[in-house]
Design a protein around this ligand. Structure first.
Ligand SMILES: [Zn+2]
Length: 145
């Protein structure tokens, strides 16, 4: 089971690395890589579990301990995946400052760290309606000047 342990440790450290950054800057691309790694690890575990069940059936030996271990590890990986998906969801509601890289609230106009004007147009998750409203506000300000 040495290989399985190594893989689990790798997945764990990926989540830990991401978690430590959560208070500061969340790198969403790293989160997505971690989520993809966890997903492929879970499906690999399912394959091993299927093979263990097959071997057990063919050989008539009792592999219930191995199966229980695999099922527990799949559960742990799923928990890890859940926390990564949560981080992805929460960072999806943020706008990244182009100047300093800090994540700000979607509704923020200026970066709360460096004060740079946030380019909301760059946020792919930004609803179109809000983008239009924002632009119209700017035009109105210009007209007054
Ligand atoms: Zn900034």
């Amino acid at each position: 089971m040495g290989i399985l342990e190594d893989v689990l440790l790798n997945a764990r450290s990926a989540v830990d690395t991401v978690g430590k950054k959560a208070g500061q800057v969340i790198d969403i691309s790293k989160l997505r890589i971690a989520a993809a790694d966890l997903k492929s690890e879970i499906s690999r575990k399912y394959q091993i579990l299927g093979r263990v069940a097959y071997e057990e059936s063919v050989s008539g030996k009792d592999y219930s301990v191995n199966k229980a271990e695999l099922i527990q590890k799949i559960g742990e990986l799923k928990n890890d995946l859940d926390s990564v998906m949560e981080l992805i969801a929460s960072s999806g509601n943020k706008i990244k400052c182009a100047a300093c890289g800090a994540y700000n609230s979607k509704k923020a106009v200026f970066c709360n760290k460096c004060g740079e004007k946030l380019d909301t147009a760059e946020d792919e998750h930004m609803p179109t309606d809000e983008m239009i409203d924002f632009t119209e506000d700017n035009f109105e300000d210009d007209d007054l000047l």
